[in-house]
Design a protein around this ligand. Structure first.
Ligand code: ZN
Length: 353
């Protein structure tokens, strides 16, 4: 089904068109040279390959049979090295995101409760995770990883984390396996500390709408949220992003790719971001346990290649996070998540970064 025939998508577009114009008007394009950047890293890479941000503490222990596939993060790195996509010299290690840094998005009360284990049972159920010190540490490293990926991308043009994309977290609470909104913290931190102003486009292609991110930036002229998601999926109550495209259940590669290709170039030309933060969720895949779309491995590769290439060839830096992906087969899932790093490596080589 052509997406133009979908009433919901068309309605969304009509409603949001005014907002795009307003934001485009407000967000004056300011190009400027990279400023001196303090890297949150313990080791700087000396090689010229694609920078990949990873930390062994991206994981924590969970109860047996927990449905979140925590083991995928180290396996993503494992397959990237095993398949010689990258070498270990390309790995950058992030620092733990400080409370002060997280405070640019999250409320003081929530951070105090989350970090110190004062999250009520009911709230823990909404997040999908039982609270633990390891969980806090994991989320803080993951957020630090996205912040670092943005900083490296700004200097080198492209960088990819092996985690991130926790877009359901709101300023005052977590939801849907997301405790801290790494995308929001990275975008807010990067835009908020600069003179002149910087603008970020968040391209969120996780199968679920990034409701937390959309809410956080609903009135921020410097951050534009673009989401392509399955309408009949979590979260039930969607937030209004700057451009939301709702896909029907069962959409396959061709229609999905055409949708992304229809909107992304126009956004890059009109909003003119200084940096793109790309959530390359693999849960639109046909084998995903929580997604309801039917993309193939090849479809995901084409999608990631298209997005990264479209941004990089316009001279705009791009930082990627892995986003959602759910399967009991951890290795298949990890390989699926590594598609974005493989696509980024191809763009890195082709564009001579
Ligand atoms: Zn998702």
């Amino acid at each position: 089904m052509a997406y133009f025939t979908k009433q919901s998508a068309l309605y969304t577009l009509l409603v949001r068109y005014k907002s795009i114009q307003e934001k485009t008007f407000l967000k004056v394009n300011i190009r400027h040279a990279p400023s001196k950047i303090l890297f949150h890293t313990e080791r700087e890479s000396g090689t010229r390959g694609l920078p990949v941000v990873h930390h062994s503490k991206y994981v924590c222990d969970l109860p047996p049979d927990h449905r979140f596939p925590m083991g995928k993060f180290p396996r993503v790195l494992h397959f990237l090295i095993k398949d010689q996509v990258i070498t270990d010299k390309q790995i950058w290690m992030p620092n733990l995101a400080s409370e002060e840094l997280l405070g640019c998005v999250h409320t003081k009360e929530y951070l105090d409760n989350f970090i110190n284990g004062k999250i009520e049972e009911k709230e823990q159920r909404r997040t999908g995770f039982p609270w633990s010190e390891g969980l806090v540490r994991r989320c803080r490293y993951e957020t630090g990883g996205t912040v670092l990926a943005v900083e490296i991308a700004w200097r080198r043009g492209l960088a990819c984390s092996t985690a991130g994309g926790t877009h359901h977290a709101f300023p005052g609470y977590g939801a849907g396996f997301c405790l801290l909104n790494d995308l929001a913290v990275a975008a807010k931190h990067w835009t908020g500390t600069s003179t002149p102003r910087r603008k970020v486009l968040i391209v969120d292609l996780d199968v679920h709408q990034g409701d937390g991110t959309a809410f956080i930036f609903r009135e921020d002229p410097d951050v534009f949220t673009f989401s392509v998601h399955c309408g009949n999926n979590f979260p039930v109550r969607k937030q209004q992003g700057d451009l939301d495209i709702s896909m029907d259940v069962g959409v396959e590669d061709k229609e999905y790719l055409a949708t992304v290709q229809t909107h992304l170039p126009g956004l890059l030309e009109s909003f003119r971001p200084d940096l793109v933060l790309y959530d390359a969720g693999v849960d639109p895949h046909w084998r995903d346990e929580l997604g309801k779309l039917r993309l193939t491995d090849q479809g995901l590769y084409q999608r990631d290649l298209y997005v990264i290439d479209a941004v990089v060839k316009r001279g705009i830096p791009v930082a990627t996070v892995v986003g959602g992906g759910y399967s009991r087969d951890i290795d298949s899932l990890a390989i699926r998540h590594s598609i974005v790093h493989r696509a980024a490596t191809q763009v890195w080589k082709q564009q001579g970064l």
